[in-house]
Each structure stands twice: as structure tokens, then as C-alpha cells.
Design a protein. Structure first.
Lengths: 147, 303
């Protein structure tokens, strides 16, 4: 998405009215996207209240990619080191195991009980996990999520 | 039909293996050729990773795509998140040459290259388009006649321009698949609304995410359904784990949560145990007793 798209917004509010999160939270997607054209919104907690459900993007009469704009603003915030602790944790899991949600003992036991073998993913193949780690280094993701 | 590479992702094998088991049984039973995509990683999940860094998200997704390209298999996903990441990355990298070059530069370091030669499928649209409800109906051995609340989940349908599965306001294909198994898809208010889990909201802002879940659960309950049927382990987790979290605040819903693979498995005659039906956090003794009874009755009539 191009940020200049946002300039075609005529503030109708359809996006905010369609937002399942905005119903309960201080997220007003119309406002945050508009504000981002004038100022840095990286510190805004609201950026992280979006579930990326795409309602706003689907319904915008101007065809503005509203959800993609939220994603873009998030990545700008992350570049400035604004990362919520819970998200940093998920990133570390990815860096270490190749999975955002790695297997744990409880579920390994359930797998065994219901007759499923171990998973065939990176967790079984060290060379494959090394590939994932190498890619995450190559794109600078390991540096990006450092505290 | 050519072989499909089954892409399980993180949540299914690592938190809801019952869905994995049910899916494998169902695919075999329907004569669909598949093999597990070996060496795959996290898709990577669209919520956090797509938000954090687009190139990292694309690069890791492309590695998974390349694994299937090498086998010349299309990828079959069972999760809206995996579907969203892998199919979006696939189409972005096919159409944007400069992004593809950038991603391939990273992939080169592990001797891989994205070519864009395969498709990414979601099990629901795959069943609907490639198998069809009529064929499915003929295979059903045990119509369960459950009153269900069908939950599509956001990323199966949206963005509609990319998904090409029709409109997102009142879709019908998933309902038709559920009804093909002999159960009823009960209409309820807010049906296409979000479960509340996506975008990293569940992990970082649990309370906010649960408000959206409550909105859904209340309306499902009001419609008088016996269970939820979903097509995504992340929605599944949000409804299942979410009900446990809500119960701590005294809000009891007790709605069983079933992935479509499990529902189909039951209708094809597999037992509740075989499809991992009772491996959720939330347990509903009434539902479990009913399911067991149906199966016992069937055993008697067929034996
Ligand atoms: S729906 Fe589109 S045009 Fe209307 S306020 Fe939102 S972004 Fe602007
Ligand atoms: S994508 Fe985000 S901002 Fe847009 S409607 Fe959904 S939750 Fe709200």
C-alpha cells in the first residue's frame, strides 16, 4: 500500500464503525490512520489493538487499504523498538524453534496418547532449523527484536 | 488428482493434535493423496510477523512454499493464518519482481529459490471446490444432526480481492459443507465478526481480545447451538481457551468447539476419540454424552 492513498480519505468513518475492536477499545482506525500523515504514531497502544480482521479495508468506500496501513504503521513502530513484551516473546520462540508456538510436554504426551508420531517440521530436522535461523539473520530479524 | 503437501503450522500439531489426526483420517478416507510437508516452519503467523517486518514474513513464507515447489505439490492448509500468510506471500512474490528478487537474495544463502509454481489451498475451499458437497454427501455414514454455529474466521475470506471466494458479508460455502455432513448451520447475529484472536491481540491484550470473543459466544448461545464449528486452530484456541479464561470471571458458556475436519470425521463414521473431539480445554459433559451415545447406537445397528 502507498501511504499517499490515505490522502483520499474523506473521513466518512465507515472503517471505525466496522471495527470489532473499536467497539470495546480506544482504537479508532479512521483517526490513527489520518494522524499518521501528520505525526509519528509509533507510541500508540491502539496500533496493537487491531486484529487485522480486514473489515475496515473491505468496506472503505475509497478503496483505501486500511488494514495494510495499520500493518505498515506497526512495522514503523517496531523499527523504533516499540515492541510489546508478549510479542517479543513470540518472536524469540520463532528465532529459537522455528515455531511461534513450539510443542510442550503436555501436548507431546497427548500426541503420543492418540497415536500421532512426532511432528515432521523444523523441530525434527536440525538442518532445516538452521536454515530458518540463517534466514532470520539474513533479513535482520534477530537484530530487529533485540532489546 | 495430484498429491497435496499438508502444511500443519504451529497450533495444530503443538496444541490441537486432535485436528491433525482427524484431518489425516478424513483425507485418507476420501482418497485424497497427501503427504506432510517435511521441514516446514511457522507459516509465519500473519499477526505478529507480518506486522513486524514484511521482508522477514515473506522470506520465511517463501521457504515453506519452496519446500512444496520442490515436490511439485500444492499446499493444503487447515488454518486461516497459515492460508493467509502462505497464499498472500505466494501471490505477492509472483507479481512483485523486486520483492521476489529481494527474497530470493536471502533464500540463495540456503540454496533455495522461489519460483511461484504451486498454489496454496485451504481445506474448506478445497473440499468445496475440488470435492463438492454432492460427492461429500454420498460419503456420509452418520448424519449427526447437530445444531452448529459456523465460524468462518476473517482470513479465510478477507481480503476478498485476494481470496477470490466471493463476498465476506454473507458467505455460504462453509455452511453448505457443514450441512452436507447432516448437521444444521444455525444463523446467528455477528456471524462474520472476528473471534478476537488475530493481529497479536490475543497474546498482548488478552482482555481486549476476550471482549470480541464474548460478543460472539453470547450470540451463538442465544441462537441455541450445541457447538461451534471452525476452520482455523487460532479461532479454535480463542473460543476454547477463551471460554476457560472467561469462566474465571464467572462467565460460563460451555460451548464445545469443533474443527470442520473433526465434524466431517464424525460424520464419516469415526469415533469421537479418533477425531480427538474431547481434547479441548473446555469440556461439556452433556455434549460428550450425546456424542458417545450416537456412536454406540451406530455400533449396535452396524454390528
Ligand atoms: S472508510 Fe475509508 S474513506 Fe471512510 S474514514 Fe475510513 S479510511 Fe477514510
Ligand atoms: S482490521 Fe483492525 S482496524 Fe480494521 S476493522 Fe479490523 S480490527 Fe478494526
Amino acid at each position: 500500500m502507498k501511504k499517499s492513498e490515505i490522502l483520499t480519505c474523506f473521513q466518512c468513518g465507515t472503517c471505525h464503525a466496522s471495527c470489532p475492536s473499536g467497539k470495546y477499545t480506544s482504537l479508532n482506525v479512521r483517526k490513527i490512520v489520518r494522524d499518521s500523515m501528520k505525526k509519528d504514531v509509533s507510541d500508540s497502544q491502539e496500533l496493537w489493538m487491531c486484529t487485522t480482521c480486514y473489515n475496515c479495508q473491505e468496506r472503505c468506500p475509497r478503496g483505501i487499504k486500511v488494514t495494510d496501513a495499520v500493518l505498515l504503521l506497526r512495522s514503523e513502530a517496531v523499527k523504533k523498538g516499540k515492541i510489546l513484551p508478549a510479542h517479543r516473546k513470540v518472536c524469540r520462540f520463532l528465532l529459537e524453534t522455528g515455531h511461534a508456538i513450539p510443542i510442550d510436554d503436555k501436548h507431546a504426551a497427548i500426541r503420543e496418547r492418540i497415536g500421532l508420531a512426532g511432528t515432521e517440521t523444523v523441530c525434527k530436522y536440525p538442518a532445516a532449523l538452521a536454515e530458518v535461523k540463517s534466514l532470520l539473520r539474513s533479513t535482520g530479524f534477530d537484530e530487529l527484536i533485540k532489546e | 488428482m495430484k498429491e497435496l503437501s499438508l502444511f500443519l503450522g504451529c497450533l495444530i500439531p503443538n496444541r490441537y493434535p486432535g485436528i491433525e489426526k482427524a484431518t489425516k483420517l478424513v483425507l485418507d478416507r476420501l482418497g485424497i493423496r497427501w503427504s506432510e510437508l517435511k521441514e516446514a516452519s511457522c507459516c509465519p503467523a500473519p499477526g505478529v510477523f507480518r506486522s513486524f517486518d514484511r521482508i522477514t514474513w515473506l522470506t520465511l513464507a517463501s521457504r515453506n512454499l519452496v519446500l512444496a515447489e520442490k515436490k511439485d505439490n500444492d499446499i493444503l492448509t487447515l488454518c486461516n493464518g497459515c492460508f493467509s500468510s502462505l497464499s498472500d506471500a505466494n501471490s505477492i512474490l509472483r507479481s512483485d519482481i523486486s520483492l521476489r528478487n529481494e527474497v530470493n537474495m536471502h533464500l540463495k544463502k540456503i540454496n533455495k529459490e522461489f519460483l511461484g509454481t504451486i498454489e496454496v489451498r485451504h481445506i474448506i475451499e478445497f473440499f468445496y471446490r475440488d470435492l463438492g458437497t454432492d460427492k461429500l454427501k454420498k460419503e456420509i455414514e452418520k448424519p449427526l444432526e447437530l445444531r452448529t454455529a459456523v465460524h468462518y474466521g476473517c482470513h479465510m475470506l478477507k481480503p476478498t480481492r485476494e481470496r477470490k471466494l466471493g463476498g465476506a458479508e454473507c458467505p455460504v460455502f462453509f455452511d453448505e459443507l457443514v450441512e452436507a455432513t447432516g448437521s444444521l448451520s444455525v444463523p446467528y447475529e455477528g456471524k462474520t465478526s472476528c473471534c478476537g484472536a488475530g493481529g497479536g491481540v490475543r497474546s498482548a491484550m488478552l482482555e481486549t481480545s476476550l471482549k470480541m470473543t464474548e460478543y460472539k459466544l453470547e450470540r451463538m448461545k442465544k441462537a441455541g447451538v450445541e457447538c461451534i464449528v471452525d476452520a482455523c486452530p487460532f479461532c479454535h484456541l480463542q473460543y476454547d481457551g477463551g471460554q476457560v479464561e472467561l469462566a474465571k470471571a464467572g462467565k460460563l458458556y460451555n460451548l464445545p468447539v469443533v474443527h470442520y475436519s473433526q465434524l466431517l470425521g464424525l460424520a464419516l463414521g469415526y469415533t469421537p476419540e479418533e477425531v480427538g473431539l474431547f481434547l479441548n480445554e473446555i469440556r461439556n459433559p452433556e455434549f460428550e454424552a450425546k456424542m458417545e451415545a450416537i456412536w454406540r447406537k451406530n455400533l449396535k445397528s452396524s454390528g
